[in-house]
Each structure stands twice: as structure tokens, then as C-alpha cells.
Ligand binder design. Structure first.
Ligand code: HEC
Ligand code: HEC
Ligand code: HEC
Ligand code: HEC
Ligand code: HEC
Ligand code: HEC
Length: 506
């Protein structure tokens, strides 16, 4: 029985009805609770509808996911909240204004048919609600942990990371497995951090490029090592690097190498090689003096016996602030496992090697790299200018359109002018050609105080053995003892340590 008995009396709370047919108090009969009921019912209905649509869609859209699993449940909770708020005000009003004893907090009398009906509907809707909530919260949890939520919803800021991720060896690993890791505490922390990121996205105030290293990222122990067992012995890994020179004939420079990855656990193989660093018995710590961890003037090694060796770069005499010291883990070498931004040179080499660009086209390496290296302000501008430039270089070429498409594709996948993200913005620490990488420490200039020990670099064979340096048939006639690297360009004899001074970003 709803009749407006006492409508807003002098700014008082608005009451619909103070007593029902039996003269009993009904605390939910007020405008606020009713509005809450309508809101809750409508959002529950929308949730069910969206959920059905979402389950039937072949490729659910991240925006619809947001509506289904975040917005609809949010409104539902708000509706329930309003119902309680109305109840609370109504009760307060009642206590203040009703004559006689204050209304009971709750009174159920099972001898009354109306109470029995009420109780039945209450139990029935509670069961339905719990079922929907269980399914919904399960899906909501998975949704906010999904690649669609992290990578596609914040389309603009995450575009470079998402684009590089879907072509990485970790394309099937979800963002959160590396960026959040397991555990309720890290889930909550990541979502709180997400509120700040959402604000930055809405107000367009995020960093361009997004700054790395990511200080919020957890230690490799809680992320990478959930899948990769650090004890694993890898041994030697063979890799052939096929490069092309910037000359008219695109001369091939192939280097076939054995990378001595090795291992760090004596139970599974000899301890040594590159993965010696993650020897579970050793600890390598370092201090970086720049915010991208590229300058490392101090390194401390604690070996299995607990002996400590401290290495300092020439001229570094500062006191070391222990709070800034970092223990080396997987990410100090593998910092681009999911987002690799190739340099124009390396990307064009891959296209030539796989035939997506024709290596017989005169000067194609040089021209494609030049087109990719120019400064553009947007993807659209880059697309147009790349086409224009290549057209001017190869006006007669029959395969011009596929060549242009390939170079545009390389650009779109590796260089993101809107976010200022590219190989220049993000160091890659795994090798030493474009960035200092291993040579941050292995430059032969990090020594102990007495000068007797240093972090080795003099021998190129410490980390890899060059089996062959040639293209075609000659590459199979390799020398297992290892060859001395013969640098293809006379400007360098190939034995200087700092390859990145010429091949890098400067
Ligand atoms: C295999 C693990 C892994 C996966 C999967 C992964 N990332 Fe990353 N991500 C990293 C590492 C490592 C870094 C570099 C951290 C550093 O330098 O401190 C990084 C860096 C980033 C950065 C900083 C900017 C940059 O480009 O370096 C963003 C943003 C980011 N990731 C977003 C994502 C998103 C979104 C996804 C899913 C679409 C994702 N990541 C998936 C490991 C991963
Ligand atoms: C959820 C599991 C998972 C997590 C977490 C994970 N990886 Fe992987 N990783 C894989 C799988 C699976 C592969 C193999 C992919 C293949 O060969 O198809 C792989 C491959 C790799 C490779 C070899 C890549 C190549 O070029 O062949 C490296 C290096 C690597 N992961 C490093 C990391 C690092 C560093 C992290 C932490 C930032 C990490 N992974 C986190 C599952 C994972
Ligand atoms: C000192 C630097 C360094 C550290 C620290 C390091 N790695 Fe590596 N890792 C390398 C290099 C270099 C390679 C070979 C590079 C390549 O494949 O291009 C490699 C190769 C790998 C591979 C590929 C193996 C294969 O069979 O292809 C995996 C997986 C891997 N590392 C995982 C890890 C994990 C997990 C950690 C941390 C527990 C780790 N690495 C720590 C430098 C490092
Ligand atoms: C933070 C400093 C640091 C970085 C970065 C670093 N190393 Fe090392 N590395 C060391 C130290 C310290 C040692 C032990 C001293 C020595 O043997 O020269 C070492 C030892 C080694 C060894 C000899 C292991 C053995 O069998 O005794 C190899 C191989 C090696 N590093 C490879 C690499 C490679 C490859 C990279 C780059 C992907 C790299 N390191 C990056 C600090 C570093
Ligand atoms: C501290 C270990 C280490 C030392 C010392 C080292 N390298 Fe390397 N080098 C690497 C690693 C790791 C890679 C592989 C990077 C990758 O996976 O792409 C590499 C890659 C290379 C490549 C292939 C580059 C490309 O992308 O085409 C060449 C060539 C090379 N090294 C030459 C040398 C020469 C010459 C020296 C001696 C001056 C040397 N390296 C010393 C670790 C080392
Ligand atoms: C003094 C400058 C300089 C230094 C230092 C230098 N390079 Fe080069 N490098 C060049 C030039 C110039 C070319 C020819 C580039 C071209 O034709 O596109 C070249 C070509 C190459 C190529 C084949 C083409 C390509 O672009 O990949 C490889 C591989 C290479 N260098 C590896 C190295 C390595 C490894 C080191 C460090 C040990 C190194 N370079 C140090 C200048 C240098």
C-alpha cells in the first residue's frame, strides 16, 4: 500500500508510508530505497543480458566486458546500498517522530501469511543473488586480470606494449602473470595502482613514453620463476644472426654462434656460462646511477662460500647507498621478454631474411632503414611518408606496393610516435650491440680495490663462440674452436668493446 501520506514536511526526510495494512512498520517503503530497488533490479537484468551476449560472442569486446563485469555489478551494489540507506533514514525518522515505543529493529512472525510469503521471496532471491554473484565475481576477477582489460581497454597508452606483446614468445602469457604475480595482496595493490592509471588515462596525463624500469614490478621469483625453473640447465644455444649491409647489393653478414647459456645449479649440470648469474648459490648485486639502470659503477658478488668481492668502475669512489642496491635477477638481462621494439636495422634484416622484402632489390636495406628512421609525429604521417619515399626510390618497381606495405608494417609494429615508444626509448639488456647490455658490467673496467680482479670482457669467447661467419654454404664449414669476429666495416676492427657507440641510439 503506497500512498504519499507525509510528503516532505519542512525539509524532513520524504516518507511514502509509515504503516502498512496491518499497521506494521515497513522500513523499506521510502523513495530512496525504492530508487535503490529499481537500480539494483535494472542492473541485475542488464548484467544477465550482457553476460548472455558476452558468452555468445566469438570475440568478446573489452568494452562490453567492462560494462558486464565492472559497471553493471557496480550499479547493482550501489542500488543495494541505496536501499539500505533509505532504510537507515526511515528508521531514524521513525524513531524521532513516531509516538510511543520506537519500532522494533526487525520483527518476523511466521504465523502471519504475509511474513511467510516475504520470507519465501527473500530466501528465493537470496539464492538467485548468490548464484549470480558467484558467477559474476568469478568472471569479474578474470576480466580485470585479462589481457583485454590490461592491453586493449586503455588502448592509447598500452598500444605499444600490446602490439609488441602479441608477437612475443609470451603472447599466450597474460599481462598479470608478469606484472602482478600471484596472491590477493598483489591483486589489490595492482588494482589500487590501476585507479591511478585510470585517472591518468582519463585526464590524458600519462608519461610518454611510459617510464621504465617499472619499480612496482615484483621480483622475478614471483613472476618469471612461476613458469621458468631457475635450476634448469640450458647449456649451449645455437643462433645464427643474419645481417645485411647498407650497400647496393645488400651484402649478407651472417654470424653463427654458440651462446654459452649454461646453468646455475650443480645438481643439473656444470655451473657456468651466462646463467651462472642466477646461480642459486651466488648473489650479484649492483648499483645503477641513472634511472634506466644503464650506468653501473658498482657491483658486489657474494659466492657460495660467502666470500664477498666488490668491483668498482674506474673513478667511482662514492659511498654506496645500500637502499639503492639491486639484486640481479632475470629482468636485469631479459628486460624485453614481451615487449621488444626492434631497431629499424634489425627489423629490416628479419624481413630480408624471411623474404618479405626482396634482398635482390638494389639498396633496399639502406632505403628501408632510412624511411623507418625519419622522425614522424603520427602513425598516419609515417605511413604516407614511407610510401612517398620508397616510391621516389623505386619508381619502376613492379612489387612496389608489397614492399611499401611491409615497411609500413615494420613501422607500425615497432615505432609508436604518439607514445614516443621505440627501440630508442627502451633499452634492451640482453646483448651488447644496440645498448651496452652485458657490457654495463663486462667492460673490463670494473675492478677490485687491489686491481687484481675484474669483471671479464677481454675475451669475446667467454659468452659465445663464433662457429662461422659467412652466408650460404660456407656457414656450414664451421670451426668448433671459435673464430675471431671479423667486423664487416673497416671503421671498426670488431674487438672494441662498445659496439653501441656506433650501433646504438646516439
Ligand atoms: C613475460 C612477461 C610479460 C608479459 C606477459 C607482459 N609484460 Fe609488460 N613488461 C615486462 C617486463 C619485463 C617489462 C620491463 C620492466 C622494466 O624494465 O622494469 C615490461 C614493461 C611493460 C610496460 C612499461 C613500458 C614498456 O614498454 O616497457 C608496460 C606499460 C607493460 N609492460 C604493459 C604490459 C601489458 C599491457 C601486457 C599485456 C598485454 C604486458 N605488459 C605483458 C614483462 C611482461
Ligand atoms: C605463465 C608462464 C610464463 C611466465 C610468467 C613467464 N614465461 Fe617466459 N616463457 C613461457 C613459455 C611457455 C615460453 C616458451 C614459448 C615458446 O617457446 O613457445 C617462454 C619463453 C621464454 C624465453 C625464451 C624466449 C625465446 O626467444 O625463445 C625467455 C628468455 C623467457 N621466457 C623469459 C621470461 C622472463 C624474463 C619472464 C618474467 C618477466 C618470463 N619469461 C615469464 C612462459 C612464461
Ligand atoms: C646475465 C644475464 C641473464 C640472466 C640474469 C638470466 N638470463 Fe636467461 N638468458 C640470457 C641469455 C644471454 C640467453 C640467450 C639469449 C638468446 O636466446 O637470445 C638466455 C636464455 C634464456 C632462455 C631461453 C633458453 C632456450 O632454451 O632458448 C630462457 C627460458 C631464460 N634465459 C630464462 C631465464 C630466467 C627465468 C632467468 C631468471 C631466473 C634468467 N634467464 C636469467 C641471459 C640471462
Ligand atoms: C650487474 C653486472 C653484470 C651484468 C649486467 C652482467 N654480468 Fe656477467 N658477471 C658479472 C659478475 C660480477 C661476474 C663474476 C665475475 C667474473 O667472473 O668475471 C660475471 C660473470 C659472467 C660470466 C662467467 C661465469 C662463469 O662461468 O664464471 C659470464 C659468461 C657472464 N657473466 C655473462 C654475461 C652476459 C651474457 C651478460 C649480459 C646478458 C652479463 N653477463 C651481464 C656481472 C654482470
Ligand atoms: C659478457 C658476455 C659477452 C661478451 C664478453 C661478448 N658478447 Fe657478443 N653477445 C653476447 C650476447 C648475450 C649476445 C646475444 C644477444 C642476443 O641474444 O641477441 C651477443 C651477440 C653478439 C653478436 C651478434 C650481434 C647481432 O645482433 O648481429 C656479435 C657479432 C657479437 N656478440 C660479437 C662479440 C664480440 C666481437 C665480442 C668481443 C669484443 C663479444 N661479442 C663479447 C654476449 C657477449
Ligand atoms: C666505429 C663504429 C663501429 C663499432 C665500434 C662497431 N661497429 Fe659494427 N658496424 C659499423 C658500421 C659502419 C657497419 C656497416 C653498417 C652497414 O653497412 O649497414 C657495421 C656493421 C656491423 C654488422 C653487420 C650489419 C649490421 O648492421 O648488423 C654487425 C653484425 C656488426 N657491425 C657488429 C658489431 C659488433 C658486435 C660490434 C662490437 C664488438 C661492432 N659492430 C662495433 C660500425 C661499428
Amino acid at each position: 500500500m503506497v500512498h504519499a501520506e507525509s510528503v516532505n514536511q519542512g525539509g524532513e526526510f520524504i516518507i511514502l508510508d509509515t504503516d502498512d495494512m496491518n499497521g506494521r512498520w515497513s522500513p523499506f517503503r521510502n523513495w530512496i530505497s525504492l530508487a535503490g530497488l529499481v537500480l539494483a533490479a535494472a542492473s541485475l537484468f542488464s548484467f544477465v543480458l550482457l553476460f548472455v551476449i558476452d558468452s555468445m560472442a566469438k570475440e568478446p569486446s573489452p568494452y562490453q566486458g567492462l560494462l558486464t563485469f565492472v559497471v553493471a555489478p557496480g550499479f547493482f551494489v550501489a542500488g543495494c546500498g541505496l536501499m539500505l540507506l533509505g532504510w537507515f533514514f526511515q528508521r531514524r525518522y521513525q524513531i524521532k517522530h513516531a509516538a510511543g515505543a520506537p519500532p522494533p529493529f526487525l520483527s518476523i512472525d511466521l504465523s502471519r501469511p504475509q511474513d511467510r510469503r516475504c520470507l519465501f521471496w527473500f530466501a528465493f532471491s537470496a539464492v538467485i543473488f548468490l548464484l549470480v554473484a558467484a558467477v559474476g565475481s568469478y568472471h569479474s576477477y578474470h576480466y580485470v586480470e585479462s589481457v583485454a582489460f590490461c592491453g586493449q581497454l586503455c588502448h592509447k597508452p598500452m598500444h605499444p606494449e600490446y602490439t609488441t606483446y602479441i608477437k612475443s614468445p609470451h603472447a599466450r602469457v597474460s599481462c598479470t602473470e608478469c606484472h602482478v604475480g600471484p596472491g590477493a595482496a598483489s591483486f589489490v595493490k595492482a588494482k589500487l595502482n590501476g585507479v591511478h592509471q585510470l585517472y591518468a588515462t582519463l585526464t590524458d596525463s600519462f608519461d610518454r613514453p611510459i617510464k621504465t624500469p617499472l619499480h612496482a614490478m615484483r621480483e622475478a621469483k614471483y613472476t618469471c620463476e612461476n613458469c621458468h625453473w631457475p635450476q634448469k640447465y640450458i647449456g649451449n644455444k645455437e643462433k645464427t644472426y643474419v645481417r645485411y649491409l647498407s650497400d647496393e647489393t645488400n651484402t649478407v653478414v651472417a654470424t653463427r654462434m654458440l651462446l654459452k647459456v649454461g646453468g646455475g645449479d650443480p645438481a643439473h649440470g656444470p655451473v657456468g656460462g651466462i646463467h651462472w648469474h642466477m646461480n642459486l648459490n651466488n648473489k650479484v648485486e649492483y648499483l645503477a646511477t641513472d634511472d634506466r639502470r644503464q650506468e653501473i659503477p658498482w657491483v658486489r658478488l657474494t659466492n657460495a662460500k660467502g666470500e664477498v668481492t666488490e668491483y668498482r668502475a674506474a673513478g667511482f669512489t662514492n659511498e654506496v647507498n645500500t637502499a639503492q642496491v639491486r639484486v640481479m635477477d632475470c629482468i636485469d638481462c631479459h628486460n624485453r621478454p614481451a615487449h621488444q621494439y626492434s631497431s629499424p636495422g634489425n627489423a629490416v634484416d628479419l624481413s630480408l631474411r624471411t623474404g618479405r622484402l626482396d634482398p635482390n632489390l638494389a639498396g633496399i636495406k639502406m632505403n628501408a632503414v632510412e624511411a623507418l628512421s625519419a622522425e614522424y609525429t603520427t602513425q598516419a604521417e609515417a605511413r604516407d611518408k614511407i610510401a612517398e619515399f620508397l616510391k621516389s626510390k623505386y619508381p619502376q618497381e613492379a612489387k612496389l606496393s608489397s614492399m611499401v606495405a611491409e615497411v609500413q608494417q615494420i613501422y607500425a609494429q615497432n615505432i609508436f610516435p604518439e607514445m614516443k615508444a621505440s627501440w630508442k626509448a627502451y633499452p634492451d639488456n640482453i646483448g651488447h650491440k644496440e645498448w651496452p647490455g652485458c657490457f654495463r658490467c663486462h667492460d673490463g673496467r670494473h675492478k677490485t680495490a687491489d686491481g687484481k680482479q675484474k669483471i671479464e670482457a677481454s675475451n669475446c669467447n667467454d659468452c659465445h663462440v663464433i662457429l662461422a661467419q659467412a652466408a650460404g654454404k660456407e656457414a656450414s664449414a664451421f670451426d668448433p674452436q671459435g673464430l675471431t669476429f671479423s667486423h664487416p666495416d673497416p671503421s671498426d676492427d670488431g674487438t672494441g668493446a662498445n659496439c653501441n657507440t656506433c650501433h646504438g641510439t646516439e
